[in-house]
Design a protein around this ligand. Structure first.
Ligand SMILES: Cc1cc2nc3c(=O)[nH]c(=O)nc-3n(C[C@H](O)[C@H](O)[C@H](O)COP(=O)(O)OP(=O)(O)OC[C@H]3O[C@@H](n4cnc5c(N)ncnc54)[C@H](O)[C@@H]3O)c2cc1C
Length: 580
């Protein structure tokens, strides 16, 4: 079988123009805010009810979001990856549950994008564009979650003589978004030739859906188990017409789909943080607004804004690379995993801090941060848990470290030092220290054979994500200072503010990689890479500590940017890198 190129991960169009994207982002906000004002949002959350009318309205002529995800040749608008990330973030800012319901159709149609025949694509994608058909993506099973290869659902060929006249699907799917409300379902099942995707219509005999799950969050999204008791689909509903391609097809779009869930983490996190920022300007404690209390802003607001913007830098970098054609055949799956990991963990922490920032009011339902916190939590679980992201990231970069003879992050550090020479104010020199420390930690782990411990491997995944996040944010800051951020990128913060955030994040990443990494190496009983003390063998601990100089001033600068205050002037090159 020829697997046709996936229009979602190969450049097929330039996407929307910047003006149209802006209009669409505003239309999404207006539509959701009109249809579900805060009072209805809280009521639906309380009643655990999916606003099906709103989801269908968004995915039909009323709002037409489905058109963004469908290529022009099938009647859509062919949004590019930047468009889709911006739209996903905006939907999640309004409600992560509603955003999940909308995205479920596009996850559900992913196997079609990646693996269907041209005729199947024309039929199934056109009806999404024209009729707003809702899909659900049925991969997970009660005993096959992170490990999809353990799936038990079967697809047995039904034969008349030698001719396959259908497939009989039997098994159970668990936690399926839109499970109770979709029109069509893509179901992963084991055929004789291996795991394969099938398109199944609602109403097929032998196919039933359970009642909605009583969930911790995203209670506006319908999640239900699916029961397949010998439901028969025609042979033409085998996606791509050849058995055994299912897991490959699922893998192929992870770089893209995880980016969209990353955008949910960003949207949810910023939605909570913006509420906390607004609250802190009016809440007077100790004689002044909380916004003026450094102990409040520099703990509960600023670090979270910085982490979210580091994640945004990764998302925008991966989106640009996918749109440039680099994402084919899962080539950017690791980068997608880094984006998802950083953004969803940051979103979750930001929402938690937003509750604290509201004090007792945050702990009640009225201020919505309590709901947002419950909602955004799912982003660290679905579409691959954070631990699976850590494993994905660590395994790939570990291989890169070995293949390059330990040069992978040393080279990355070199490139960042080059950027530091050109733009000393963006923290690239500190990000280079983070990458240098990472190269040291990886080499020490290799010498001590420490990645035999799964704990070490997964913690390396976190350190790698931080180091790469620091590099991406430094590059984004430089691009912003050059006035060269793409028009469709997020423009909330100006170059100097992004540069201040970058310096803060890079300091955090460098000290985390060095200190946590060293702790793992020592804790695992590993020898230092050079046989001597970490300092003698090249871990630049002193430089990393020296680079923390200027941290408080930069935290002040970020706070000023967040609160729209005029702050101190930008640092000189010398101060920006802590005197190095
Ligand atoms: C609200 C909601 C909506 C969802 N929507 C969909 C959907 O539309 N379609 C769909 O197919 N699925 C969906 N899912 C399923 C979701 O993708 C899975 O829940 C997720 O992949 C984790 O699988 P699991 O729940 O079986 O957990 P498990 O895989 O059992 O994981 C349990 C814990 O163990 C960790 N873990 C797992 N494997 C390892 C390992 N090898 N090493 C170390 N730690 C490990 C995990 O990180 C996690 O912390 C949804 C889930 C929820 C809750």
């Amino acid at each position: 079988m020829t697997v046709t190129a996936d229009p979602r991960v190969t450049p097929s169009s330039a996407g929307l123009d910047a003006g149209s994207l802006k209009i669409m982002l505003q239309a999404i906000t207006d539509y959701i805010r009109d249809a579900i004002p805060d009072a209805r949002l809280l009521q639906l959350d309380h009643d655990d009810e999916c606003p099906i009318d709103v989801v269908r309205g968004m995915c039909s002529d009323e709002l037409g979001i489905q058109l963004l995800f469908i290529p022009e040749e099938y009647g859509g608008m062919g949004g590019d990856t930047i468009d889709v990330y911006r739209v996903c973030e905006q939907m999640a800012r309004c409600d992560v549950g509603v955003a999940t319901s909308v995205l479920a159709t596009f996850l559900g149609s992913d196997p079609i994008f990646v693996g269907a025949t041209p005729e199947q694509k024309r039929q199934w994608l056109t009806e999404i564009a024209e009729r707003g058909v809702l899909y659900a993506y049925g991969a997970t099973e009660p005993e096959a979650g992170s490990d999809l290869a353990a799936l038990k659902t079967t697809a047995s060929p039904v034969r008349t003589g030698d001719v396959v006249t259908g497939y009989r699907l039997s098994g159970r799917k668990q936690w399926i978004s839109n499970g109770g409300i979709a029109d069509k379902y893509t179901i992963l099942a084991s055929a004789p030739g291996g795991p394969s995707w099938f398109v199944l219509d609602r109403g097929t005999e032998g196919f039933t859906q359970n009642k909605p799950e009583d969930k911790h969050g995203i209670r506006l999204s319908n999640t239900a188990a699916l029961f397949l008791d010998g439901a028969i689909v025609p042979p033409g509903n085998l996606v791509g017409g050849v058995e055994g391609q299912g897991l490959v097809q699922a893998q192929k779009v992870f770089g893209y789909t995880r980016l969209m869930v990353a955008a949910f983490g960003l949207g949810g996190g910023w939605s909570a943080l913006d509420r906390a920022i607004a609250y802190s300007t009016t809440r007077i404690q100790g004689g002044a607004p909380l916004a003026q209390k450094q102990g409040y802003t520099h703990k509960l607001i600023v670090p979270h804004a910085v982490r979210l913007e580091a994640a945004r830098a990764v998302i925008e970098s991966v989106a640009a690379r996918i749109d440039a054609g680099e994402g084919a055949d899962g080539a950017l799956n690791t980068e997608g995993a880094i984006a998802k990991y950083l953004a969803t963990e940051a979103g979750n922490m930001a929402a938690d801090a937003a509750i604290q920032a509201h004090g007792g009011y945050g702990y009640t339902r009225e201020y919505l941060v309590e709901k947002i916190k419950r909602d955004v939590r799912i982003t660290t679980i679905y579409e691959g848990t954070s631990e699976i992201m850590e494993m994905t990231i660590a395994r790939d970069r570990w291989q890169q470290h070995l293949k390059s003879g330990g040069r992978y992050y040393a080279d990355a550090a070199g490139r960042l030092r080059g950027l530091d020479t050109r733009r000393p104010e963006v923290g690239a020199g500190i990000a280079a220290l983070a990458c240098g420390a990472l190269a040291w930690v990886l080499e020490a782990c290799r010498a001590g054979r420490l990645t035999r411990n799964q704990h070490v491997l997964l913690r390396l995944g976190e350190l790698i994500a931080f180091a790469e996040g620091a590099g991406c944010l430094a590059n984004r800051a430089a691009t912003a200072l050059d006035g060269a951020l793409p028009e469709k990128a997020d423009h909330r913060f100006d170059g100097p503010a992004i540069a201040a955030m970058s310096r803060v994040f890079a300091r955090d990443a460098a000290q985390k990689v060095a200190c946590d990494g060293l702790r793992l190496v020592v804790g695992g009983g590993g020898a230092s890479a050079g046989g001597g003390s970490p300092r003698e063998s090249g871990l630049e601990l002193d430089a990393i500590l020296a680079a923390q100089a200027g941290l408080l001033t930069d935290l002040d600068r970020v706070a000023d940017a967040l609160y729209g205050r005029s702050g101190p002037a930008q640092p000189t090159a010398h101060a920006a890198t802590g005197g190095m």
